[in-house]
Every structure is written in C-alpha cells, then in structure tokens.
Write a protein that binds this ligand. Structure first.
Ligand SMILES: Nc1nc2c(c(=O)[nH]1)N[C@H]1C(S)=C(S)[C@@H](COP(=O)(O)O)O[C@H]1N2
Ligand SMILES: [Mo]
Length: 234
C-alpha cells in the first residue's frame, strides 16, 4: 500500500465534499453524460455520450482532499482521459497548436483548470462508475474527472464542459485565488497558490467536519425531497 502523502490523514468515510457554496447545488442531468468541448478548437463539440466506443478501464487509487482527508483504495470505472483526448477530442475538435491548459466546468458551477500535460497522465480518468456501480450524485454523476495525483478539487464532479486554452494562464477557478493551485500535485503539497502547503494544512483541517456535515445534510435533504415527489408542498 502506498504511504500517505505529506500532511494527509486517512479517513474511513468518503465524504461528499467541496467548497461550502456547492453543498446545496446539484446537477440537473444525472442520467446521461454529455460534454461540451470548446475554446481553442476548430470544431466545438457537443457530445451526448462522450465515453462511447472508448476502451473501459477500472482503476483503484487513493483520493486526497486538499483539506487533509484521504480515502484509500477507491475503485473507479471509466475511460482514460488520454484515450478520450487522442481518439475523440483531437480528431473531432482539432485543438489549436500550443494548447496547454484545459478549463474544467461542472453542472453545479464548480470550475478549475488543469495543464493538458497533467490530464494526459495514464491515471487520469473520465469516470462514470464507482466501486462497481454507476456513479451516484454524491460522488459526481453522471460523469467526473478523477486525477489521483492532484488534490481532490481537480477531480471535477458533474463534469459538463472542457474549454481548451493556448495559454497556461487564464481560467477562473471556484473560490478564492489562493485556493486553486494550477497543478495541485499531492506529493509536492501544492495545496494552494502563493501560500505554502504546510500552512494551508493547519488552516483547512479544522473545517473538515463542518463541511462534510453540510454536504451530507444537503444530500439527505435532496433525497427526501425526491422521495416526496414534485407535488410535495413541504
Ligand atoms: N462539481 C464539483 N466538483 C467537485 C467539488 C464540488 O463541490 N463540485 N468539490 C471538489 C473537492 S474539494 C473534492 S475534495 C472532491 C470531493 O469528491 P467527493 O464529493 O466525491 O468526495 O470533489 C471535487 N470536485
Ligand atoms: Mo477537497
């Protein structure tokens, strides 16, 4: 088993998690993955079934949230981002030369960006399954990115849009600027921008319990409302 990266602690629970403002936001479309590819491309793509025809993979990897909790051995199913890029995005969208960055956007409004080079690593997936079942809403239905070598905020849930950029600058991330490191590599403790990772460890750690609770409560409330049905006056 791999050792824990610097500053991380093992959590028994795989929390539904994120910035507080996303706790009560849920995707509209949870059934069928669809993905828009735009930006520095010759053709904008609106893909209704983006994983179609691509080789499926299963991957077990550890998941590291920037706030210091980690879960071991998460089993994802989906396709490699690199296969999607080479077999779908490149031939169909024809990215401009010098594309270096991809802005990632989610149905709940969450945003970040990753260097194309980092996205093409063999362990980066477009995942639609978790632990053998279709991805649930809590963990990113209908489609999410999984980038195990980067902090969890790069693993965008409810992924709906990829915007290619020819500059490595210039994407807008959720939250405050210091909270989004362009690469956010776990091994290098790149937790945030302009602030040492070791400082953010201690800043973030006290927030975990409350945030996890807020996300879990919002999810339980949504479940209850869905059960009650659209006519409920609750
Ligand atoms: N769309 C979306 N993606 C997101 C988030 C979010 O709030 N919304 N939170 C990020 C953060 S901070 C973490 S740690 C992981 C948590 O993934 P999980 O909820 O499946 O545990 O999702 C990341 N991706
Ligand atoms: Mo996170």
């Amino acid at each position: 088993m791999r050792r824990m990266p610097p500053g991380q602690r093992e959590s028994a629970t795989f929390h539904r998690f994120g910035l507080s403002q996303f706790a009560t936001r849920f995707p509209k479309n949870v059934e069928t993955p669809s993905l828009t590819v735009d930006g520095a491309v010759q053709e904008v793509l609106q893909l209704e079934d983006p994983l179609k025809g691509l080789p499926r993979v299963e991957q077990v990897s550890d998941f590291h949230c920037v706030t210091t909790w980690s879960v071991r051995g998460v089993r994802w199913g989906g396709v490699r981002f690199s296969d999607f890029y080479e077999r779908v995005l490149m031939p169909m969208a024809k990215p401009h030369a010098g594309t270096g960055l991809v802005a990632l956007k989610a149905q709940d409004g969450a945003r970040t960006g990753m260097l194309l080079e980092d996205l093409l690593a063999p362990n980066v997936l477009l995942a639609d399954h978790l632990n053998g079942s279709p991805l649930c809403v809590d963990h990113g239905a209908p489609l999410r990115l999984v980038a195990p070598d980067h902090y969890g905020y790069k693993s965008v849930k409810h992924l709906c849009q990829l915007t290619l950029k020819t500059s490595v600058e210039g994407y807008r991330a959720s939250g405050l600027q210091f909270m989004d490191h362009q690469r956010a590599r776990v091994e290098l403790e790149e937790r945030g921008r302009g602030v040492p990772g070791i400082v953010l460890r201690y800043l973030y750690r006290p927030l975990v319990r409350g945030t996890a609770r807020r996300f879990a409560d919002a999810s339980a409330k949504r479940e209850k409302e869905l059960k009650a049905g659209p006519d409920s006056t609750e």
